[in-house]
Ligand binder design. Sequence first.
Ligand SMILES: [Fe+2]
Ligand SMILES: [Fe+2]
Length: 278
Amino acid sequence: MEIDRKAFLDSLGGADAISRMDSEARADALEHQMLSELNSAIEAKQGGVQKEVRKYPTAAEVEAQIETRSYRAGAGFLIVSRTGETVKKLPAMPANSTLADFFKLRFMDTANHVLQSANLAMKNGMSEEIVLACLLHDVVQEIIRTDHGWWGAQLFEPYVSEKVAFAIRYHQALRYYADPSVGYEYPDLYRQLFGADYVPPPYIEATYQMVRKHKWYMEPRMVAVNDLYAFDPNVVVTIDPFLDIIGRHFKQPKEGLGNDGSPVAHMWRTIMRPDQPL
Ligand SMILES: [Fe+2]
Ligand SMILES: [Fe+2]
């Protein structure tokens, strides 16, 4: 998907403001812009009313807005509306909610992107574990965006293999580092938008160095490979093609996610009931 580069650069505050943003902020701004445009394009295609594309704030605006906004940028899409609209009442969830129920009823902002990513991974002949990791890799951004690789891995850890959790946790760091052996170049788009001197913060660099030497390096790498291009407004993918893989690799608790007493059940309940005050 082509994004409107000039509008995007302007929305970030131009070259000077961009030079003051750290790499995480720049990449997240880009990813957010693409998610927004994808969702708008799909809504338009399905005959809905196209919402105005949400603009990511400029670096200068971010600084200026911190003390004027009622939320912080790390707040999840489900928690805080980015459009300024009032939030809508959420549909009730079944008593024994499954992962598929969460996809249908709660992962409103992230589902299009991760379904496309999983679809791409499947087409590219990836293992079922990598397809699953692609399917899950960004959905935690519904409740929290900061360090979403780490939060995402934690959300799924009790229900997936160690390898799948590893892939989710580290996809966040690997997207900045090229690997020509699998055709993953440092994205041209990042270069055009952010300049060639783009240096990730030290914890991301240290994580990359660790993962690069790990025996499971290719797991998160393949999520990154099937992530970057998973923004195509002409493709609408449903959860259905992935139900078999979920059945084989996701340990769905019979009590329902959120009711199973796992160490992360509270995170699922938060997604289920984000209007609960305490
Ligand atoms: Fe991500
Ligand atoms: Fe992603």
